[in-house]
Design a protein around this ligand. Structure first.
Ligand code: ADP
Length: 261
């Protein structure tokens, strides 16, 4: 469904992504992993048309993203960046309503349908109770659910998240990833996200790409990508990879010191 073809991109005269190619299927829960600075966020920005690549093309359902009108693109793919300014005192309801902007006319007056969709996503994310609270007065986990609600209000088939679980404790992280998995499995959304936590990536994603220095060095199932040789080389550390006895998914344990026998 998404075909990334030979993308080179970067900032000013600095090339970050070097001839990246991969395919993302419509049913994928697609994780991008790799060290800091590997180019994960840059890849998401190119996919979401926030950065124009120097070379290469991206196709969504065989249509080059360059040929999407701005509003049509906003109805196709939504993006939650790593940092979102939540310092302004909008209410949660108002903030989520921004997600409906691509569907509104120039006067930006919400229709009944816009209001119903906002209520529906608030209900789905169990945040109805704080509709009238100010977004700048919420906890990290609550705020993250509101940001996701705004993305869902945009009603796109493809949702893209840049490190949605950073700063969250393990319980909040799991709950959030379970929500994204429901969106993928029950609501047929294509989920694309970057994750720092390799174990969460192995547990939730059906497909992973491992990036290194602006290139994809491995792509496949979590079992294929989370192999100790690649992880040790890319992250320059020693690890043990085991299989979670309950989920059968791979998990990675760092080794602090190798015992002398
Ligand atoms: P990752 O998401 O894997 O941590 P990024 O895509 O954020 O990596 O960054 C890749 C490289 O691009 C890094 O060296 C980073 O410093 C650089 N970079 C990221 N954003 C910008 C920017 N706005 N201007 C210039 N360089 C940037």
């Amino acid at each position: 469904m998404i075909h990334i073809e030979n993308i080179s991109a970067g900032y000013l005269n600095r090339t970050v992504l070097k001839k990246i190619s991969c395919n993302i299927g419509s049913k994928d829960f697609f994780g991008i992993i790799g060290k800091n600075g590997a180019g994960k966020s840059t890849l998401l920005k190119v996919l979401c048309k926030l950065i124009k690549p120097y070379l290469g093309n991206i196709f969504i359902d065989n249509k080059n993203i360059n040929f999407f009108a701005k509003k049509d693109f906003a109805k196709t793919i939504s993006f939650l960046p790593q940092y979102v300014d939540t310092s302004l005192p909008f209410t949660v309801y108002e903030f989520i309503m921004f997600g409906r902007y691509p569907y509104m006319n120039i006067f930006k007056i919400p229709s009944d349908s816009d209001c119903n969709i906002v209520k529906k996503v608030m209900d789905f994310l169990h945040i109805m109770d704080f509709a009238e609270r100010k977004i700048n007065a919420l906890s990290g986990g609550e705020k993250q659910r509101v940001l996701i609600a705004q993305v869902l209000a945009q009603e796109t088939d493809i949702i893209v998240f840049d490190e949605p679980t950073s700063h969250l404790d393990i319980g909040s992280q799991n709950k959030l990833l379970e929500i994204l998995r429901d969106l993928n499995e029950k609501y047929n959304k294509t989920v694309i996200l970057t994750l720092h936590d390799l174990n969460a990536a192995g547990e939730f994603c059906n497909k992973l790409v491992l990036m290194e220095n602006g290139e994809i060095c491995n792509c496949g199932t979590p079992e294929e990508v989370l192999n100790y040789k690649d992880i040790e080389r890319v992250y320059d550390t020693t690890v043990v990879v085991k299989t979670n006895p309950i989920s059968d998914k791979p998990y990675v344990i760092p080794v602090s010191r190798i015992k002398e026998r």
